[in-house]
Ligand binder design. Structure first.
Ligand code: ADP
Ligand code: MG
Length: 150
């Protein structure tokens, strides 16, 4: 596994990071598993992905719906947010597998809550605040061979 650490100094920089990352994803299907505290920048990052894909709809965190679909971009984007989930067992009823196998880009906020449901070939991205209120440390862990099946 290869891990990269990036410091961003504004929401714009976090969105630019998302744009750059998009160009490095496997073209057919990619799962991004995002973790980090509330306010650490996960949704901001997803907004950057959506913008880079040309999605016009505004991206907000799904609150009651756990999955938002944005079909209008150059690749389908699925945005899953598990904030309201308490145990991995609760994910079983959500039918997430369908999104995790779908062509396009699937992003999961609070991915840790999905436990083993997160595919082994997911790219894991951890967000953390730093001393400065506009700084975030973003750690990206690439699986050994992306494209591997589970
Ligand atoms: P999360 O989805 O992790 O709960 P959000 O993306 O909704 O977090 O919120 C992040 C907040 O932090 C936003 O208000 C954003 O403007 C602010 N922010 C400040 N600096 C940064 C940065 N470097 N990257 C991302 N967001 C930042
Ligand atoms: Mg969020």
């Amino acid at each position: 596994m290869k891990v990269e650490h990036v410091i961003t100094r504004s929401p714009d920089e976090t969105q630019e990071l998302a744009r750059g990352l998009l160009t490095r994803l496997p073209p057919a299907r990619a799962v991004l598993a995002l973790d980090g505290d509330l306010g650490s920048g996960k949704t901001c990052f997803v907004q950057g992905l959506a913008r880079a894909l040309g999605v016009r709809q505004p991206v907000t965190s799904p609150t009651f719906v756990m999955v938002n679909e944005y079909p209008g971009g150059s690749r389908p984007l699925y945005h899953i947010d598990l904030y309201r989930l308490r145990t991995p067992d609760e994910t079983l009823g959500l039918g997430l597998e369908e999104y995790l196998d779908a062509p396009g880009v699937t992003v999961i906020e609070w991915a840790e809550r999905a436990g083993d449901l997160v595919p082994a070939d997911a790219i894991r991205i951890r967000f953390a605040r730093r001393g400065n209120p506009d700084e975030r440390e973003i750690s990206i862990s690439w699986p050994d061979r992306s494209g591997d099946s589970r």
